[in-house]
Design a protein around this ligand. Sequence first.
Ligand code: SAM
Ligand code: SF4
Length: 323
Amino acid sequence: MIDGQGRTIDYLRISLTDRCNLRCAYCMPPEGVPCLSHEEILRLEEIGYLTEIMAGMGLKKVRLTGGEPLVRKNVTSLIRQISHIPGIETVAVTTNGILLPKMLSDLKDAGLKAVNISIDTLDEAVFQKITGAILLKEVLEGIDIAYASGLKVKLNCVPVMEFNSEEPVRLAAFAKDRFIDVRFIELMPIGCGRFYTRITSEEILESLEKVYGKATRLPYEGKGPAQYFSFEGFKGRIGFISPISHKFCSECNRLRLTSDGKIKLCLYYKDGVDVRDLIRNGADEGRIREAIEEALRLKPREHYFCEPDKGNTEVKKMSQIGG
Ligand code: SAM
Ligand code: SF4
């Protein structure tokens, strides 16, 4: 799949639900947001069918996200189905980790290859302040179980001035003794993210170097948006995903499928191409392929998070879009 800007697109992030068992303040308001109805949400067989069509067009990697993807009923059977689609090389999940202790072994049996776990703090009080829940222990257990299972594990932290500016140094230590990559993601001004203060990748790197010594920048592997560094004595890498301070739009290789069945082209814009109604109205495979091709054609060149509003910007919360 080649988009209108000449980029190869081989990665789809599928949002399985807009629901979540946490309420991270920069992602979702404490009272939550009105949830999609059962009818509005894409059925698992519809997701499987679309993935199959896209795999036939060049899709190689799928990541399940949300909301919290592991709260979606039958996620395991979806993983089993997708991982058997010819052409799909990796099925991964991005999760807050809470349900991993209960579900990991089934997810792995179903064909899950990698898991990214979001963790913003190691302090129970800070965790509660960010997420509204007392569940840090479960997340830590989820990390342990995922790592022990042999799956590829990455940890993601969003540093936010109001909450966890002291945490990156402690979280980076996960990469010291284990082959786990710890990544810091710059807060984007999407939804509730607009109300908080971003800490830039440079600032985080500086704070890590004060404690762990000079970092070595690793060569870009040509995969994903992270810039990785190694610290002496660390088994895992430290990564920075810097959509704001170092736009990576020219390397973008992804589309998103929202839980209500729109192919979303870029986090910044509200535009998308509806595929749910096409499927439900009986469109044949050729017509659905045309819609996917239209999405590829329309995919914008870049985001404008740091510039005055150009209109057409996304107004939904991250949990509704699929982070
Ligand atoms: N619930 C799952 C989780 O937390 O990993 C998956 C969905 S969540 C929306 C995916 C990722 O988006 C999380 O790592 C979260 O921290 C991140 N995120 C949410 N809002 C964000 C924002 N405004 N800017 C940057 N990252 C954000
Ligand atoms: Fe839920 Fe993930 Fe958003 Fe936190 S970041 S509220 S866990 S969807």
